[in-house]
Design a protein around this ligand. Structure first.
Ligand SMILES: Nc1nc2c(ncn2[C@@H]2O[C@H](COP(=O)(O)OP(=O)(O)OP(=O)(O)O)[C@@H](O)[C@H]2O)c(=O)[nH]1
Ligand SMILES: [Mg+2]
Length: 522
C-alpha cells in the first residue's frame, strides 16, 4: 500500500527549501545563497520562453481567466499588417447561439454492428456529452433520451417510427431550445432536415467541442488552430448552400465574369483562408522552435503533463509548483494552450512542468490534427507524466485513448518508455490500490502522494537528462562556487577552512560539467 502523506500544497516550494537548508551543517548553510524560488526561476525562463500573460480568446464563454504563463512568445513585436491579417482570420460568426440554451440531449445507441462503440456504455457516453454541454456558459440539459438505432449512417440516423416519436416529444416540450445529437459529425443536409422536423437548432459533437475550444483558446496559436479546425465545417456549409441554390437553378452561374462558378469561388476563398492560417501558424511555430532551443540552452528539464480532459493535470501542476495563480476548473477542455510552470524537486533542481490540452475519445479528427503541432512540443520534453482520473468509470478507456494519441504523435521510444503513470483523484475511491506496478497514486486536490511522485519525477529526470550528483572541491577565493550556483544545482557546501576550499555537492548536466572542467582545469 502506498504511503499517504498529507502535504501542504500551498507553500510547497518553501517546504522543500527549508528541508534542503536543514540538511546542511551551519558553515555550509552560511555559504548557500538563497536558492532560487521557482517563481523567480520561471521569471528567468520567461525571458527565454517568451512567456507572457494570457489574454482573452474570442467567442466569449466558458471561462474568464487568463493568468497562466504562455509558452508561445506571442507578445513579440510584429508587423502591423501581419497582425491585422491574423485578426481578420480570427473574425468569425458565432458557432452556437449566445445566452441560455435548454438542451435536449439525444444519444443514438447502436446495439450491434459496425457502428457500435467498443469498450464503453451508453450511460457513460451520455455523461460525457452532458459534461460537454454544461461546459458552455448558461447551457443546461433539460431532457435526455437514449434512442436505439440500427442505422446510424442513414441520412436521418433513426428509423421512421423512432424519428416520429422523437419529433413528437421534442415539439411537445416548449422548454427545449436546442438538441444536442451525440454523434461525431452531422452532414449539413441531415442537420437541416432534423432542424426542420424538430423546429429547434440541432448540434453535433464536433460543433460543441469546437465552440468550447473557441471559448477556451487564449493564445493566438491556439485560436488559429481552432480556426483551422473549423474549415471542414465551413466547407460542408458551402456545399450545402450551393446545393440549396442549385435547386433554384443558380449554382452554375459564373460570378462577376471570373469564369468561376459560385461553388468554385467559395472553395477557392476557403483554400486561401487555409493557406493564410497555415502560414500564420508556421510563423508562430518558427518562433516557438527558436524559443525551445533557447530553453534547452538554459537546460531546465521539461516535464510534460498529459492526460484525458478533466483528469486533473492542471490541479496536479498547481500542487507540485505551489503556483497560486493556477485556477483549475471542473470543465472539459479548460486548458487549451500549452503553459509552463516552474517547480522544484526534492534535490532543489528546478523543472518546468508543461500543462497540455486534454484528450477526448471520439474527438473529431480535424480537431486532433489541428492541435497536433502544439502537442509536438511534448516530443521535446525530458519526461512525460500521464495523469489518470481513476475515479472515472471509463478510466481504462481513457487511458487507451491517451496512449493511442501519444503513439500517433510519433514520440521518441525512450520518452514513451520512461513515461510516469499517475493515478489521480484517489480521495474519491476509498482504499484505492493500483493493480499495475510502477504507478503512483495521488490526490492532487488534497496533496496526497506528492512526495513519492516528486521523488520518481526527479529520478526519471536525472536519468533522462544525463544529470548526475557530484562532489567537487573548489577554491573559495575563485569564481568556481558562484559559477556552480549559476550553471548547476548546488545541494550542499562543506567548507574546509584550513584548505581555503569547499566540497560542493551539485547536480550537474554532462555538458555543464564539461564546461566546468574546461574553465577550471585541475
Ligand atoms: N476529488 C478530486 N478532484 C480533483 C483532483 N484533481 C483534480 N480534481 C478536480 O477535477 C477537475 C478538473 O481538474 P483540472 O486540473 O482542471 O483537470 P485538467 O486535466 O487540467 O482538465 P482540462 O484542462 O480541462 O483537460 C477540477 O474540478 C478539480 O478540482 C483530485 O485529486 N481529487
Ligand atoms: Mg487543465
Amino acid at each position: 500500500m502506498w504511503a499517504l502523506r498529507a502535504l501542504r500544497a500551498a507553500g510547497r516550494g518553501g517546504a522543500w527549501l527549508s528541508r534542503a537548508v536543514r540538511g546542511c551543517r551551519p558553515p555550509r548553510a552560511a555559504l548557500l545563497p538563497p536558492p532560487p524560488h521557482p517563481e523567480r526561476a520561471l521569471a528567468a525562463v520567461r525571458g527565454g520562453l517568451g512567456c507572457s500573460e494570457g489574454r482573452e480568446g474570442g467567442g466569449g464563454g466558458s471561462r474568464a481567466d487568463g493568468q497562466r504563463s504562455r509558452a508561445d512568445g506571442e507578445e513579440e513585436p510584429k508587423d502591423a499588417e501581419e497582425e491585422e491579417d491574423e485578426e481578420e482570420l480570427l473574425r468569425r460568426d458565432p458557432l452556437l447561439p449566445a445566452g441560455t440554451q435548454r438542451v435536449c440531449l439525444v444519444h443514438p445507441e447502436v446495439k450491434w454492428g459496425p457502428g457500435k462503440t467498443q469498450g464503453t456504455r451508453a450511460e457513460w457516453q451520455v455523461a460525457e456529452a452532458r459534461a460537454l454541454v454544461c461546459t458552455l456558459d448558461g447551457w443546461l440539459v433539460v431532457d435526455t433520451m437514449v434512442v436505439r438505432t440500427t442505422t446510424p449512417d442513414k441520412k436521418l440516423i433513426f428509423g421512421r417510427g423512432t424519428l416520429e416519436q422523437l419529433t413528437e416529444r421534442i415539439r411537445g416540450s416548449p422548454e427545449i431550445t436546442s438538441v444536442f445529437l451525440n454523434v461525431e459529425r452531422l452532414a449539413t443536409p441531415t442537420k437541416k432536415d432534423l432542424e426542420a422536423a424538430w423546429r429547434v437548432p440541432v448540434f453535433d459533437r464536433f460543433t460543441v467541442v469546437l465552440h468550447i475550444f473557441r471559448c477556451n483558446a487564449r493564445t493566438k496559436e491556439a485560436r488559429l488552430q481552432v480556426a483551422l479546425a473549423e474549415l471542414p465545417l465551413l466547407r460542408s456549409h458551402v456545399k450545402s448552400n450551393v446545393a440549396h441554390l442549385g435547386g433554384r437553378g443558380r449554382s452554375s452561374r459564373y460570378t462577376m465574369g471570373s469564369g468561376e462558378s459560385f461553388l468554385q469561388l467559395q472553395q477557392r476563398l476557403l483554400r486561401d483562408r487555409e493557406a493564410k492560417i497555415q502560414k500564420a501558424l508556421e510563423r508562430l511555430r518558427c518562433k516557438r522552435r527558436l524559443l525551445g532551443q533557447q530553453r534547452r540552452r538554459k537546460e531546465f528539464p521539461v516535464v510534460s503533463v498529459v492526460g484525458y480532459t478533466n483528469c486533473g493535470k492542471t490541479t496536479l501542476i498547481k500542487a507540485l509548483t505551489g503556483d497560486a495563480a493556477i485556477q483549475p476548473r471542473n470543465q472539459l477542455f479548460a486548458t487549451l494552450d500549452i503553459t509552463a510552470h516552474a517547480g522544484r524537486l526534492p534535490s532543489a533542481l528546478t523543472v518546468l512542468y508543461m500543462d497540455t490540452i486534454g484528450f477526448l475519445s471520439q474527438l473529431p479528427h480535424s480537431l486532433v490534427e489541428s492541435f497536433s503541432a502544439t502537442l509536438q512540443d511534448v516530443a521535446h520534453s525530458d519526461l512525460i507524466v500521464h495523469v489518470r482520473d481513476v475515479s472515472h468509470p471509463e478510466t481504462e478507456l481513457q487511458k487507451a485513448s491517451v496512449l493511442s494519441a501519444l503513439w500517433g504523435l510519433g514520440l521518441p521510444d525512450a520518452l514513451l518508455e520512461s513515461m510516469v503513470e499517475v493515478h489521480n483523484k484517489v480521495d474519491l475511491v476509498p482504499g484505492y490500490t493500483p493493480v499495475e506496478p510502477d504507478v503512483l497514486a495521488v490526490s492532487a486536490l488534497l496533496g496526497l502522494g506528492l512526495d513519492e511522485l516528486m521523488a520518481r519525477v526527479e529520478d526519471a529526470v536525472l536519468r533522462a537528462t544525463g544529470r548526475r550528483t557530484l562532489t567537487l572541491r573548489v577554491r573559495l577565493a575563485g569564481p568556481q562556487l558562484s559559477w556552480l550556483h549559476q550553471e548547476a544545482t548546488v545541494q550542499a557546501v562543506d567548507v574546509i577552512p584550513e584548505a581555503g576550499a569547499a566540497d560542493v555537492k551539485v547536480i550537474i548536466s554532462d555538458s555543464a560539467y564539461g564546461r566546468f572542467r574546461k574553465l577550471f582545469p585541475g
